[in-house]
Design a protein around this ligand. Structure first.
Ligand code: CA
Length: 225
């Protein structure tokens, strides 16, 4: 899941990125409203965290402009000011949720998960394909009755695949949703990480049908036909 963080407090932005990356989100940071709007308008994000008070263009304007452009990405607004009118203004401008600074990181995570869940086609909190189960709340993956230990990136990749079962996902699509914008679009990270996942999810279970499939020239697909 890829998150755009529009926040002018560089220290806060950096520490949030670090913490969210540990939770296996791919995070891009922009430090002013104008570049925030421009980035959010062209790049495919799964969620936008938007500070209210920003240089060049304030958060409310960014939000209004994105909604005018029919960009429906969930927006979580942040503000340092604990005033009811800011909250109303934020939600009126099209934000989906609102968090007052300083906030608890666990609270932020819970809000992010709730917003991403709303976007999901399947309402079930636990994702399951065949005997493979991924629990987004507990951050655990099991196949059959065995736990599978994954790195943050492997987990993020698997979660993205499991949220789009039986769909052919191109390497570009995967790269755009699981890696941040610093990643070289021509790198082979997707293939490398698909290889890691195959080892842990398919090759470790030789008696089970393989779940990760290569669709030649098009990309990858998770699940059986
Ligand atoms: Ca600010």
């Amino acid at each position: 899941m890829r998150i755009l963080l529009i926040e002018d407090e560089t220290k806060l932005a950096a520490s949030l990125k670090k913490a969210l990356t540990t939770e296996s989100y791919a995070v891009d940071i922009v430090n002013d409203g104008e570049s925030g709007y421009e980035t959010a308008a062209v790049e495919p994000y799964d969620l936008i965290i938007l500070d209210l008070g920003l240089p060049k263009m304030d958060g409310v304007t960014v939000c209004q402009k994105l909604r005018q452009e029919k960009i429906t990405t969930p927006i979580l607004m942040l503000t340092a000011r604990d005033a009811t009118h800011n909250k109303i203004q934020g939600l009126d401008s099209g934000a989906d949720d609102y968090l007052v600074k300083p906030f608890d990181f666990e609270e932020l995570l819970a809000r992010i998960r709730a917003l991403l869940r709303r976007e999901q086609v399947q309402p079930e909190p636990v994702l399951q394909i065949d005997s493979l189960r991924l629990d987004p709340a507990a951050h655990t993956v099991t196949r059959g009755d065995r736990d599978i230990a994954l790195s943050a990136k492997e987990y993020a990749l698997l979660e993205y695949l499991m949220r789009h079962p039986k769909q052919i996902l191109s390497k570009t699509q995967i790269l755009e949703h699981v890696w941040d914008m610093d990643t070289d679009p021509f790198s082979n990270v997707v293939d490398v990480y698909i290889g890691y996942l195959r080892n842990k999810i398919d090759r470790a279970y030789p008696k089970e049908p393989p779940l990760i499939h290569t669709v030649k020239g098009l990309g990858y697909k998770l699940g059986n036909p």
